[in-house]
Design a protein around this ligand. Structure first.
Ligand SMILES: Nc1ncnc2c1ncn2[C@@H]1O[C@H](COP(=O)(O)OP(=O)(O)O)[C@@H](O)[C@H]1O
Ligand SMILES: [Mg+2]
Length: 339
């Protein structure tokens, strides 16, 4: 290696001019160490700058003519012409790959955006279905209640009618989630301390799940944010339930709130506004997810759980709610490590 700015090449970089050295022994600029390392015996040198327009991108150096004679002014001219062509080609290749990179970034962004389009469309569809579905359920509920009025608990159909009522309630719960997901439900936005909300919801959750230890890390002076409290509570409960189900033999749940400021660079790919946000984290050390699962968790009706345990709507509705609040929800998880 030749130290930067030493030797003939270094001189060319510094001055941006071609150099002709017919005999290196007579030129002080020649860096003698190089022959010791390379075991090459340099006699004559031509060195020309590689310039793309006005920008120097390198130098081109030739050593020793094959016929043993020294380089001439004519060689310098030939080399300069060649160097000009080479520099343009190199610079074009660089610009091309830069352009390609930027284009790939745009395509990535486009994919993310069409992702949220997909959710919007799904949301609209789901809310339509949810309303109709809810009306049907109310019909079943009404008739079941009327039949129950006519019979007492010793009647063989009593138990079955009770089961129907139970199923109707489960169905109603499902439509409630769908409506929450689609913003069809009523909104009530007020300034909220998310730390308090997290406290409150975790207190609701904690006593029923004794095998789970809850650790909290709340930043002091958390910013107030405008949210629909019922919906954010639902998001948190969905996350707690998932965490709990991921830790069948108990485990640790970490709850955190934190003020964060997201800059332009950060929000570019995730389709929200730059600015101040409050970040809530729900962390468990449960079974975790592999990549295939992780990629699909926000898809409506995606579940890895058995019938009756999972609907696959928890995270889809969480996604919808957070999105509607102008926020951003993300997951990181490792199989066997936690989420
Ligand atoms: N904390 C978690 N740990 C491991 N897997 C999780 C966790 N949360 C969600 N998942 C995965 O994401 C899927 C979808 O979650 P969700 O939308 O809440 O639906 P559900 O809980 O009804 O299956 C789950 O079935 C599970 O595979
Ligand atoms: Mg769930």
């Amino acid at each position: 290696r030749i130290p930067a700015s030493e030797g003939i090449a270094g001189w060319v970089v510094e001055h941006g001019q071609p150099v002709l050295v017919p005999d290196v022994k007579k030129d002080e600029r020649f860096y003698k160490e190089v022959d010791k390392v390379s075991r090459f015996k340099t006699k004559s040198i031509v060195c020309v700058p590689l310039k793309a327009k006005t920008k120097l991108i390198g130098v081109l150096e030739l050593m020793n003519k094959v016929d043993g004679t020294a380089f001439t002014e004519e060689d310098v001219v030939l080399m300069s012409i060649f160097a000009y062509q080479a520099a343009m080609a190199i610079e074009n290749a660089r610009l091309y790959s830069e352009l390609k990179e930027r284009l790939e970034g745009e395509i990535q962004l486009q994919k993310k955006l069409s992702e949220s389009d997909k959710f919007r469309a799904l949301g609209l569809m789901a809310s339509g279905v949810a309303h109709d579905f809810n009306n049907l359920l109310m019909g079943i509920q009404g008739n079941t209640s009327l039949m129950l009025l006519d019979i007492d608990s010793s009647h063989p159909h009593h138990e079955r009618l009770k089961n129907i009522e139970q199923s109707v309630q489960t169905g109603a719960e499902l439509t409630r989630q769908l409506l929450g997901f689609t913003r069809g439900g009523k909104y009530e936005i007020k300034p909220t301390d998310l730390m308090e909300l997290m406290e409150k919801t975790s207190r609701m959750f904690a006593p029923t799940k004794k095998e789970i230890r809850i650790f909290t890390k709340y930043q002091k002076g958390i910013w107030s944010v405008k949210v629909d409290q019922a919906q954010i509570e639902q998001v948190l409960l969905n996350l707690y339930v998932n965490a709990w189900q991921a830790m069948p033999s108990g485990g640790d749940l970490y709850l955190q709130t934190q003020n964060v400021t997201l800059d332009k660079e950060f929000v570019r790919a995730i389709d929200i506004k730059p600015g101040k946000y409050v970040k809530m984290s729900v962390i468990d050390n449960g079974v975790g997810m592999d990549e295939t699962t992780r990629k699909r968790i926000f898809d409506p009706f995606f579940t890895t759980k058995e019938m009756g345990r999972g609907t696959g709507l928890g995270l889809a509705s969480a996604y919808g709610i957070i999105k509607n609040h102008g926020g951003y929800i993300n997951v990181s998880s490792e199989k066997g490590e936690g989420t």
